[in-house]
Design a binder for this molecule. Sequence first.
Ligand SMILES: Cc1cc2nc3c(=O)[nH]c(=O)nc-3n(C[C@H](O)[C@H](O)[C@H](O)COP(=O)(O)OP(=O)(O)OC[C@H]3O[C@@H](n4cnc5c(N)ncnc54)[C@H](O)[C@@H]3O)c2cc1C
Length: 388
Amino acid sequence: MNIGILGGGIGGLSTAIALKQEGFDVSIYERHTKPSEIGAGIVCWPNASFILEQLGVLDKVAKVSGSINYMNRFSSTGEPIGSLDINELSRLMKYSSYSIIRKDLMNILIQRTIELNINIHYGYEATKISNENLNTEVLFSNGKRIQPDLIIGADGRMKSLARKYVSGSNAPIYQGFINWVGVIENESVNFSELSVSDYWGVGERFGIVPVSKSKAYWAGGAVSKNINEINPNKYKTELNSIFSGWSDIIAKVINGTPQSRINKIYVHDHDPINLWHKNNLVLLGDAAHSPLPTSGQGACQALEDAWHLTRCLKANINNLPKAFLSFTELRKTKTSGITMGGRQLASSIFNQDAEFCKHRNIASKNTNYQNAVVGMAKGWSSGLPISA
Ligand SMILES: Cc1cc2nc3c(=O)[nH]c(=O)nc-3n(C[C@H](O)[C@H](O)[C@H](O)COP(=O)(O)OP(=O)(O)OC[C@H]3O[C@@H](n4cnc5c(N)ncnc54)[C@H](O)[C@@H]3O)c2cc1C
């Protein structure tokens, strides 16, 4: 069976690796002309670490990432309002949690595709998917066409052609807030504890995820009703005006980050869908389910898809519809739950009512984080052979 994957992001690369390791003939078609360096960082939670091990890259990931210990929550002025023990989460799930710069994770996955002789065709932007004679055909902007036995739509959340082909619509839903994301790498900061810091204000939030003592990625979030023009020259001014008066480390992080390493994202997701395939095309990663960053699980779930889809195909090699249905059945409840959980947390974090936020912070302070860790471990382990 020859397989074409649309999209060379985390989902496409990891799926290609998982499939090739099982002997499938697989090629990737990516619209960009070279690997993308966009994005800040990702926490590979233990469920993702298990998959990265299966893909043969966990050791490399561990070498360039941070093994994070706690997720500490604060009010905007720095008052502690709760702490989640990530070591306990890792202990329950039997794998560590790694904070990694997105570019580094991409490089490791690309290196693995090279080791496995997987073809990545850059400069192939899919522009049309059709199925005039049952076998789906993909047309690219460079005039090339492919008609493989199986097509995997891993073309992301913002304009997935594959999602449009399967479900008729691919318009993501703007969730009413902006994330400025950045990477700081210099000696002016010292993240000796390697713990996540998450500051909650009223309609605003700032999170810092250390990767090493002097390197971290961060995200500043704020409510914005409209999607306005993006001007990189204004990013620092915008951030400094929103987060002035917050904990000192925030100004330090914003001002210590080069403008070139800051991006501004109007954050979108999708409603869950029940059908992830049509003819011989199946969706995965953000094209199938794209939870908000507040879920912390987008990339982790794309990785899980890679592993599950490969197993479903192996078990149903001569029956694609059955493979697709069992894949969707295995994945849909978990991914929908994560999408809805991401929305719920976002609606609390980005709430603009000061009274609500005061009570939210008190509730956070009174939360039993030991129980919360047990719940997270159970949810994130589901469907995987890891203990919780
Ligand atoms: C601000 C922010 C913070 C995040 N933080 C985290 C986190 O801490 N932890 C986590 O697990 N996840 C996080 N995520 C989510 C995570 O980045 C995504 O869920 C993950 O990258 C999904 O992988 P994917 O391969 O499905 O999509 P993508 O990584 O978006 O890859 C899609 C690929 O398809 C290509 N493509 C698109 N259209 C076409 C086309 N027509 N033809 C060919 N190629 C095409 C794109 O160029 C891209 O390379 C975050 C997301 C955001 C926005």
